[in-house]
Write a new protein. Structure first.
Length: 416
């Protein structure tokens, strides 16, 4: 047997003690840095988690509805967005009246507008609930998102109902102050005009008295003469009221009035002018009056109410340039007496109906003063009644005057 050979000794020298200590020191330094880096990363992560929680809390507790959207869908939204989204629509845009059924539809419509714009910038619009008695108002702010999220928009919707009401109240207060200033200026102007008119009317009344003494008209001439006397008498009373207005004296003594008599007098005064206009214009224009006997009396001023009826009849005539019929009817309605004046004219635009009785509001342009219906409304209101305006389904306008009926005076008599 051959003798067993031993392996040759290794020629690779092992690390010296100094080198081992250096490696150990470097390892410890790396571990220390690693530990510090892990701690730093942990602290950063905790800070980011806290920031994320705070951001989410801020978004969820915000009074503003926030959403990330594109033109077709909602990408992300907070809870306030979902809460406002449950409100009943439709929502009407205030600048053009466009309606959207829900908040999501509002956001998509506004997002499409912003994404179609070539330039950036925020778009701010207001929407109001269209069919609620006390509508809410939203301010919607849309802004395009830039960077990696192009094609999306950030939507912020705020409930500004209280702010909108405050703005409306402020605008109403300003309008009231403006109207008061107009009335004050009108009162100063009325004082001078009333003085001159009274002198003119006095001269006319004296001339009419002379005519009545020196001339004996018969038939229709006498009717015209009586109508002129009534017109001048009413005009003098109106001028007196104008002077009271300019001096700050308001109110008229109320007395029991028979509406049928008031209407008959007003019709007699305006019938000639209506028939004359019909002859000149070549269009048939008729005046139909239906007044039952035995109507209860109402409280008011016969002169003032006569003016109201005359004003309504003239307005009806002016609203029918192509002719038609003016119908006047009165009837008892429960504990009230109702007088209706309707025409077959052009009617009243629906948007004008809420303002038709406001001072200085007119639909006649430069031909109107905006005071006729306002003063008529004041006369009827002072008498404890109501005056309303509406449109007839068949065309034309209808004005309805309603007065509380006075109780009939007990008959005097009996044994002495």
């Amino acid at each position: 047997m051959s003798p067993r050979r031993e392996p040759p000794p290794s020629t690779v020298p092992g690390p010296s003690v100094r080198e081992s200590q250096g490696l150990l020191r470097k390892y410890r330094e790396l571990m220390k840095k690693h530990t510090a880096l892990v701690r730093k990363l942990g602290e950063n992560t905790r800070r980011q988690v806290i920031t994320l929680k705070l951001s989410r809390w801020a978004l969820e507790t915000s009074d503003s509805a926030l959403a990330m959207m594109n033109a077709t869908s909602v990408v992300l939204a907070n809870s306030r967005w979902h809460a406002l989204g449950r409100l009943r629509g439709p929502w009407r845009r205030e600048d053009d009246g466009a309606e959207r059924m829900a908040l999501r539809d509002v956001g998509q419509a506004e997002a499409a507008v912003v994404l179609a714009l070539t330039e950036g910038g925020a778009r701010i619009t207001r929407y109001r609930q269209a069919r609620e008695a006390q509508p809410r108002v939203l301010e919607v702010r849309i802004e395009r998102v830039t960077g990696q999220m192009q094609g999306q928009v950030l939507v912020l919707a705020r409930d500004i109902t209280e702010q909108a009401r405050a703005e409306e109240e402020l605008a109403s207060a300003r309008a009231t102050l403006l109207e008061r200033e107009k009335v004050r200026a009108l009162g100063e102007l009325a004082a001078g005009i009333a003085h001159d008119l009274r002198a003119t009317l006095n001269a006319m009344r004296l001339r009419l008295e002379l005519l009545q003494r020196e001339v004996s008209p018969t038939g229709q001439g006498q009717q015209h003469m009586d109508a002129l006397v009534s017109i001048v008498s009413d005009a003098e009373a109106r001028v007196g009221r104008l002077q009271d207005f300019s001096r700050g004296k308001h109110g008229t003594a109320l007395e029991p009035v028979q509406l049928a008599h008031v209407v008959h007098d007003a019709v007699d005064i305006v019938r000639g002018g209506i028939e004359h206009q019909a002859r000149q214009g070549g269009h048939p224009l008729s005046l139909d009056v239906a007044l039952p006997e035995g109507l209860p009396r109402v409280a008011g001023s016969a002169m003032e109410l006569r003016y109201v009826v005359i004003n309504l009849l003239i307005n009806a005539r002016d609203a029918m340039p192509r002719g038609g019929a003016i119908r006047v009817r009165a009837f008892k309605a429960g504990k009230a007496v109702r007088l209706v004046v309707e025409d077959e004219g052009t009617g009243i635009p629906e948007e004008h109906l809420p303002n038709i009785f406001k001072p200085f509001f007119t639909t006649k342009g430069e031909r109107g003063t905006g005071l006729g219906l306002s003063m008529a409304h004041g006369v009827v209101t002072q008498a404890g009644g109501t005056l309303t305006a509406a449109n007839r389904p068949e065309g034309g306008a209808v004005f309805t005057l309603t007065f509380p009926a006075l109780k009939a005076a007990p008959a005097r008599g009996g044994a002495r």
